[in-house]
Design a protein around this ligand. Sequence first.
Ligand code: SIN
Length: 313
Amino acid sequence: MGESQTLSDLLPSFDHTALGVHLEFERMGNQQVSDDLQAQAIAHGARFEHLGLTLGTIIHDVDLQAAPTVELTQFLRNTLLERKVIFFRDQHLDQDQHVAFARQFGELDAFPFGKPGSDPYVLHIEHGPNSPGRENGFHTDVTWMERPSLGSVAQILVVPPYGGDTLFSDSHAAYLGLPDELQAQIENLYGTNDYRYFAKEPLADVPFGVDHPLVRTHPETGKRALYIHGGFLRHDSLYDATTGEALDPVASKKIVTKLLAQHGRPEYTCRFQWQPGSLAFWDNRAVQHYAASDYYPHERVLRRLTIQGDRPV
Ligand code: SIN
């Protein structure tokens, strides 16, 4: 055994039970939605179809094109908070309707890396024969922002003939499922995120490098979540926020590698198959997502809006 390697590096314990799912479900009262939320669904004539135990629900029988009542918006927000990602079928919102829908939940965030001349509040994620999909790693959106988006609202515009599903992973369950010693180790750790993936040079008005905790507390539910983006976090940048002390870069990368494996475990995920007119609304503070890039060389187009969020703590 090399000097820097411990037995637990060579033979890491493997949690076959995906304990985090069980703990999260228990915290949810061993039911997929609360009695109160179920009653709200009935009152709105809506029907739930759950795609996973602790996350992911299709809400049927609501029309997002019609002007929503305050009560309906509240019902959708409550469902998002309990189920972390919600879906709708057959909505076919035009851009204005899509914007109006998302605006019920907050101001929109601008995305500075869209095509020149495009509306910064409306991102088209387009892939085809010349640009295979690149969103195929579990991530939560825009962690390079000081206040990453609360949530993202995406409608599919072009559905490929096969593939192109989006998978979502429960960041609360993922956190609860980490071994106790790893939870303790990352308790106070922060790391630096930047947008080198999109631009090599810093933009004048967007900070290049913001620090976020590896564990964040959801501002509305109070639940702790594993919060990490493998493409934006500088893997060698972890430091202890209570002492300001930086970790040795090798140790930092080792922790990041362990954590990045967690969201990908299938037990923490649900999978959404897009159909024409489908819309997804995910809570970036509670889930990560992964767009399967398995439809090449076909075209897939998604229109995504992001809603302003808080600084993670
Ligand atoms: C993303 O927001 O990262 C992409 C989601 C998708 O294309 O399904």
